[in-house]
Design a protein around this ligand. Structure first.
Ligand code: 9MJ
Length: 676
């Protein structure tokens, strides 16, 4: 290749890579696979190696870093990087608007605000001169930050040059560098594999990754970036409003949160806050609140700044999701399959609006790794609606008499030996259904909503039935009498009758529910559905060997082995026989020919939104019975997306990827055509 040919190809490759970065980071709709991207990237690297004089600082290959720095140079911000005032209640939002109206009585009503999530990461300023990224600095104290230019250049979400033919002479883009949950978890897995300390949360991980003296380390970390403002900027950058200016930045290739919108008045701010509170747990990244800004730049200027924050902006924060409290004790809980889980007993503390007095410690290995001791002050975290967890100890507050947590050698409930499966972190009680705790949990699982769905039979009642000796295993439930139940203290004739009716009604079930209810280790709803669809009958599943089971989607060696072992146990076989004899039954499976004929056979299907004619669970069961593979996320490999009412982002993704979408009517027609 001549130098001229190389030059042309290099430019072509750079343009392609920039375009794909833009599609990925700004539009959130990848145009090519990772493999294709990597191939182009490698081709560019090879050409640049051959013609080093053609390398430019803004080539995508220059993102990999360079030699480690001695330390970070200090950078004085030309326009200070301010923080935001906080509001912790609706009243404080109303106060915010009241202040604005006092200072600017003629501002048009209702006041127009921008609204966007408050990213929980690390604030950064990116200076572009003539469209090229020339300097990146952290916020520091707002006046002076640290020069992290070479690190920032490794972040693929940060454009090295602005996508415009007429760039402003100067533009400082300000925003947040952050890490998604997925990137955070991948990083922590890697940290553990390398025997290094895991990061406590995505924000620390993002900050630690950007402030690496060796930019090569930063380059390995998957950091993201969203812009939410600017510092020094030519007038040509600015539109009339904040949201229009952000739209302009977005066009120039700068990532802007797609959840940015315009709202009106205090009502609009409250509504946005409620919506984001509800979405928070499902976002791919951490947010600690939402930010509202007076949208008009002219009115922003009129309102001005206090010494530390703009008067035209406010952060409506979520209640803190982490708190410190005393770890008073650690107890051991025995799960349905005998897993022994250490549970922290805490001095009650409010976290994210609820009082927490116990939290999971996951497993004993983790307790040892984090060196959590009884008597420690610990950090408790509640994320969304998940159960609270202990993040770790606050070592500076450890009292001298803090006691290590000792893993049990015997089951605390039945005294059986504790076993540890090779290569696994969990300890297990070896007592099986001899262990009352396992019996209790097995029954709780058997009656649960997605299993046999026996309403009105809660943990307390199950415990009493076990105590009385009336019930030992699930099949015994079907021999309870109304008189027996009515004789229990606090149980009236009527509730006894209702419970007997619920037990009776549960006899009419489905094969997947029945399989799930049995509580075979690691056989969840989806595996149960796949098993039922694949084999069609309980007898064939019970007779299947490991190899036959592994032919079922999602079933590997471990689960196949669990299933074989489960059905081999005489006690389990006896319970199953008891259940069938008591009258538990399910409809005949769909005939095999119908499956082969179905347009869903062998296809990958995703459900989104609400269907009117059936629950999502039923839709899934029917699809699985027709040989479809029902998954949760849309990708190029998805064949159909079934779109109900109020669909989520999956519908948007499907549209982007050109996946066939079916509405409920089309779905029902195709189902009907499939059933003989
Ligand atoms: C965050 N952290 O997401 C601002 N921020 O605006 C958003 N921070 C901000 N805006 C002015 N979305 C100063 C800080």
């Amino acid at each position: 290749m001549t130098r001229e040919e190389a030059r042309r190809r290099i430019e072509e490759l750079r343009a392609l890579i920039r375009r794909y970065d833009y599609a990925y980071y700004v539009l959130d709709e990848p145009e090519v696979s990772d493999a294709e991207y990597d191939a182009l990237f490698n081709e560019l690297k090879a050409l640049e190696a051959q013609f080093p004089d053609l390398i430019t600082p803004d080539s995508p290959t220059q993102r990999v870093g360079g030699a480690p720095a001695e330390g970070f140079r200090k950078v004085r911000h030309r326009v200070p990087m301010l923080s935001l005032d906080n509001a912790f209640s609706d009243e404080e939002l109303a106060d915010f608007e009241r202040r604005i109206i006092e200072l600017a009585p003629d501002i048009p009503r209702p006041v127009e605000y921008s609204a966007e999530p408050k990213m929980d990461g690390l604030a950064i300023s990116l200076r572009y001169e003539a469209g090229r990224l020339v300097e990146a600095s952290t916020r520091g104290d707002g006046e002076v930050g640290e020069d992290v230019t070479r690190n920032a250049m490794t972040v693929r979400a940060i454009p090295l040059r602005l996508m415009t033919d007429t760039p402003p002479a100067v533009l400082e883009v300000r925003g947040e560098v952050f890490m998604t949950h997925a990137a955070f978890e991948a990083l922590n897995r890697q940290q553990m594999e390398r025997g290094e300390k895991p990061f406590a949360n995505p924000r620390n991980a993002a900050a630690g990754s950007l402030r690496q003296l060796d930019p090569k380390v930063t380059a390995e970390r998957q950091l993201s970036f969203y812009a939410y403002g600017w510092g020094e900027a030519d007038d040509q950058v600015l539109a009339d409003t904040y949201t229009d200016t952000m739209a302009r930045l977005r066009q120039w290739g700068v990532p802007v949160n797609p959840l940015l919108e315009v709202v009106h008045g205090v009502e609009g701010m409250r509504d946005y806050f409620e919506r984001m509170s509800a979405r928070r747990a499902r976002l791919a990244y951490d947010i600690d609140g939402v930010v509202f800004k007076v949208n008009s730049l002219q009115w922003q200027e009129r309102l001005g700044y206090t010494s530390r924050a703009p008067r035209w902006a406010i952060a409506r924060k979520f209640p803190a999701q982490e708190a410190w409290t005393l770890l008073e004790d650690v107890i051991v809980q025995v799960g349905r399959t005998g897993a022994l889980t250490p549970v922290a007993k805490l001095k009650p503390v409010r976290v994210g609006g609820v009082t927490v007095s116990s939290a999971t410690l996951h497993n004993f290995e983790e307790v040892a790794r984090k060196d959590i001791r009884i008597g420690d002050t610990v950090i408790v975290r509640r994320a969304g609606d998940v159960i609270p967890e202990v993040v770790g100890p606050v070592l500076s507050k450890r009292p001298p008499d803090a006691r290590p947590v000792v893993p049990p050698e015997k089951c605390p409930v039945c005294g059986s030996d504790v076993i540890r499966e090779p290569g696994k972190a969990v300890l297990r009680c070896s007592g099986g259904l001899f262990c009352p705790a396992q019996r209790q949990r097995a029954l709780e699982h058997f009656v649960s909503r997605k299993a046999m769905d026996i309403r009105g039979l809660g943990p307390k009642l199950i415990a009493r039935l076990l105590e009385k000796g009336w019930v030992e295993h699930p099949d015994d439930l079907y021999h309870l009498t109304c008189e027996q139940l009515a004789s229990l203290e606090g149980m009236g004739e009527k509730s006894a009758r209702n419970l007997i009716d619920a037990i009776e009604a549960s006899k009419n079930t489905t094969l997947p529910r029945f399989l799930f209810a049995l509580g075979i280790p690691e056989v969840g709803e989806v595996t149960a559905e796949n098993l039922a669809a694949h084999f069609g009958s309980l007898e064939t599943i019970m007779q299947a060997d490991a190899a036959a089971l592994e032919a079922v989607p999602d079933i590997g060696e471990v689960v196949a082995d669990n299933i074989v072992t489960f059905f081999r146990q005489p006690l389990n076989r006896k319970v199953i026989r008891g259940l069938l004899e008591a009258g538990v039954h399910w409809p005949e499976p769909v005939r095999a020919e119908a499956v082969a004929d179905s347009p869903f056979a062998g296809r990958t299907v995703v459900l989104t939104g609400t269907l009117h004619s059936m629950t999502r669970g039923e839709a899934k069961a029917r699809l699985t019975a027709l040989g479809a593979h029902v998954t949760n996320s849309v990708s190029r490999r998805t064949d159909f997306v079934i779109v109900g009412e109020s669909p989520g982002s999956k519908a948007r993704k499907a549209e982007q990827l050109g996946v066939t979408m079916l509405d409920e009517r089309q779905f029902l027609e195709m189902l009907d055509g499939s059933t003989p």
